[in-house]
Ligand binder design. Structure first.
Ligand SMILES: [Zn+2]
Length: 423
């Protein structure tokens, strides 16, 4: 059965076939940049045909739409590709709201930070972990997110890391092994021992449930990992068949970005503190090789909800964009440094606090996330893309930042199923 979605006021396709843009498709086949409004491949007065198999069959002006089995009138609302949230930590137990309240009132926080969540997650039942993760992914869908990446990292023992990834795999294909999130307390005096566990038995137990390996590379944080340790974690994961991603340069201009480029990581996430050499390395990862073809470089994924929730300076998105580095935006949804599941909130922050245009921010929250996950079937609505669409009760995508905090997502199409949200 085919479905014609028609009377779309503004359709954002991120497809260079529309809008006269030379923007590359989000395939990682070139440095797409985040473009201007032209890069969004916008069609006004539009329609789209989606097939039962969950793929986009046609987009264009409504007046020239082909026939379909069923027609759905979207009443002039706008349609964007479903958000691609390429960075989240949504399998965990416990509550850290008191830590947030203390931080916001300037009180010294003496709690255990990530260790608090690790203890609660180890003690939780699989059913309770699953129920909470399912609820968070539903919450994300209700805000327009149709693809989400989920990391482990609150187990830090073999059984809990593997359990986390099994649950995550039920919710998404984009699962990331982050045993090297922090060094747990019981290994505080034996870091090499924890490295052996993370790169040995824990990796073996987790790799079957994971697509990616990640590490918190931050020499400035005593429980995170330095360059040499991080390299060992990433290379072990790569040898086990996983793709690499890195938490880097969040608290200091450390080695994370350059290490991510060195190992061919799909993305380095945070990028709050960058040197000129870091920016050059990211840009260089997208430059053409001897054959003239551009490779799949390393995306800079920015997580401004973390800076919001920790009252920290925001990353310099404009510097990255000016250098031609593809930028993604994601939530980093986690109980400690930023507990928002909302991509519209992240888009609004990127526009207001990081100087991105509404068009750049939307591209980064959709196509940018797809490049960061090396996916060419999501983040855009070109022919053959997954029919993951988010319908905004607004005349244009600009309203995402223009009306911050307002629940504009009125329905979502995911795997050809229509999810209508209560208003
Ligand atoms: Zn994170």
């Amino acid at each position: 059965m085919s479905v014609l979605l028609t009377n779309i006021g503004e359709l954002v396709t991120n497809d260079p076939e529309h809008g006269g843009s030379r923007q590359a498709r989000p395939t990682g086949a070139g440095a797409p940049g985040s473009g201007g409004a032209g890069g969004l491949g916008i069609v006004t007065g539009a329609a789209a045909v989606i097939m039962e198999a969950g793929r986009v069959a046609w987009t264009g002006p409504a007046a020239s739409a082909p026939a379909a089995d069923v027609a759905v009138d979207l009443g002039g609302r706008s349609v964007i590709p479903g958000f691609v949230d390429s960075h989240s930590h949504t399998v965990f137990a416990g509550d850290r709201s008191a830590e947030f309240a203390a931080r916001m009132t300037g009180e010294p926080y003496t709690g255990g930070g990530i260790a608090t969540t690790v203890a609660a997650t180890r003690a939780a039942t699989e059913e309770s972990l699953r129920a909470r993760a399912q609820a968070l992914v539903r919450e994300m869908l209700a805000q327009g997110t149709t693809t989400v990446e989920i990391k482990s990292g609150y187990g830090q023992d073999v059984a809990t890391e593997a359990r986390t990834l099994r649950i995550a795999r039920e919710l998404t294909h984009e699962t990331t092994y982050l045993g090297a999130h922090t060094v747990p307390a019981e290994y505080a005096d034996d870091r090499p021992g924890y490295l052996r566990l993370v790169t040995g038995p824990m990796l073996a137990a987790c790799a079957p449930h994971a697509r990616w390996v990640d590490v918190f590379c931050e020499p400035a944080a005593p429980t995170a990992f330095d360059e040499e340790e991080s390299r060992a974690v990433l290379l072990a994961g790569i040898r086990a068949g996983l793709g690499a991603r890195v938490h880097g340069n969040q608290l200091s201009a450390g080695p994370g970005v350059r290490l991510a480029v060195e190992v061919g990581a799909a993305s380095v996430d945070h990028c709050t503190h960058l040197t000129g050499a870091d920016v050059d390395a990211l840009a260089g990862s997208w430059s053409a090789g001897p054959d003239g073809l551009r490779g799949s470089g390393t995306v800079a994924t920015l997580l401004p909800a973390v800076e919001f929730s920790t009252r920290s300076p925001y990353p310099d998105a404009r510097r990255l964009l000016a250098a031609g580095v593809p930028v993604a935006l994601a939530t980093d949804c986690n109980p400690g440094s930023g507990y928002s599941s909302s991509m519209p909130f992240v888009v609004a922050l990127a526009v207001r606090e990081m100087g991105m245009s509404p068009a750049e921010a939307l591209w980064s929250a959709t196509a940018g996330g797809a490049v960061a996950l090396r996916r060419d079937d999501v983040g855009h609505l070109g022919i053959g893309a997954r029919a993951d669409l988010t319908v905004l009760d607004a005349p244009s995508h600009t309203y995402l930042a223009y009306r911050p905090g307002v629940p504009l997502v009125s329905e979502v199409w995911k795997d050809s199923a229509r999810v209508i949200l209560p208003r």
